[in-house]
Design a binder for this molecule. Structure first.
Ligand code: MTE
Length: 319
């Protein structure tokens, strides 16, 4: 993945090689985007203070002792490769995403498959505000007040069968809404669309896993994954797929987008683990956005209550 602002590393050291080597092609593609007739559709998303408010009860225990990251940073420093590879690209280009109307299909190994309209989906349980730390695999972190419902409430509703062992999350594929999915113009990307992520069923059912529709008291900005994403705070941020249109329960471990692109760098589990370096950089410390000095990274990003999910597993092997 690309890091632009981390001063310790050059982007060539930490960007997947395929992305780095084809950056010039990307630049050419980006230039073409502004030049080609009909392609001038990359537009900035609505200002966050104009997004509809979303009411939620503050969760009594899922708070954070560190100060919340400034909203200006959380909505302008993003990874959302469907809108470009630079951190500012999503906040510049995600205006083409139409988060309403929106359906999420929940299917696969379930007794009650169902297509949920987004507003119906958010009524499956009372909305909660939870302040979580987000630790990106690139070595930066933020503290974000998310709004959502436990994913477990949705899973319970569709009744997984005994054969369901994993959950897959699929992001929208629509090159008109997500301009960086346009083939040809953006052949730079090493990612296959759709962006697919996955969890083991027990991870998906863990109380911390949040089906997320808002942040900072409002609906999700497009660049943060409107209208619905997951947030799994003990895993590196790339596990938290954005703008989800399909959730599928399956028997076998899913083939996920970053794992397919760089299998030696991005494992299926991707639990935050300061003792396992990324092949190209250490994971022992992180740069909190808005701070100057690096902090120590905590095991499971500080969410030690998930450790029992992995008892008996060698977390240096199952990365
Ligand atoms: N989901 C999709 N569909 N596409 C992406 O490129 N990037 C991931 C994750 N979800 C990504 C995605 C990464 S690398 C991170 S760190 C988080 O989104 C960033 O979420 P944020 O922009 O809300 O901070």
């Amino acid at each position: 993945m690309l890091i632009r602002h981390a001063p310790r590393y050059r982007s060539s050291e930490i960007t997947p090689e395929a992305v780095y080597l084809s950056r010039r092609a990307f630049m050419a593609g980006a230039a073409a985007l502004t030049l080609l007739p009909g392609e001038a559709d990359a537009a900035p998303p609505p200002p966050v203070d104009r997004l509809p408010p979303l009411k939620a009860a503050p969760h009594p225990t899922y708070r954070h002792t560190d100060p919340v990251t400034k909203i200006e940073s959380a909505v302008t420093y993003n990874n959302f490769y469907e809108f470009g590879v630079d951190k500012e690209d999503p906040s510049r280009n995600a205006g083409t995403l139409r988060p309403r109307p929106w359906n999420v299909v929940v299917e696969g190994l379930v007794r009650k498959p169902k297509t949920f309209d987004i507003d119906e989906l958010l009524k499956i349980a009372p909305l909660e505000e939870r302040i979580y730390s987000l630790r990106c695999v690139e070595g930066w972190s933020m503290i974000i007040p998310w709004i959502g419902v436990p994913l477990s409430a949705l899973l319970k509703r569709v009744e997984p069968t005994g054969n369901a062992k994993y959950v897959e999350f699929y992001t929208l594929v629509d090159p008109e809404q997500m301009p960086a999915q346009k083939k040809g113009l953006f052949s730079w990307s090493s990612l296959d669309w759709p962006y697919v992520e996955g969890l083991r069923l027990d991870e998906a059912q863990h109380p911390l896993t949040l089906l997320t529709a808002g942040m900072y008291g409002r609906v999700l900005p497009n660049q943060n994954g409107a209208p619905v994403r997951v947030v799994i705070p003990w895993k590196y941020g790339f596990k938290s797929a954005k703008s989800i249109v399909k959730i599928r329960l399956v028997a076998d471990e899913p083939k996920t987008a970053w794992n397919k692109a760089q299998p030696n760098e991005y494992g299926f589990y991707s639990n935050v683990n300061p003792t396992v370096p990324h092949p190209r950089w250490s994971q022992a410390t992180e740069r909190r956005i808005g701070e100057f000095r690096r902090r120590e990274t905590k095991m499971f990003n500080g969410y030690g209550e998930v450790a029992s999910l992995y008892s008996g597993m060698d977390l240096k092997k199952f990365i």
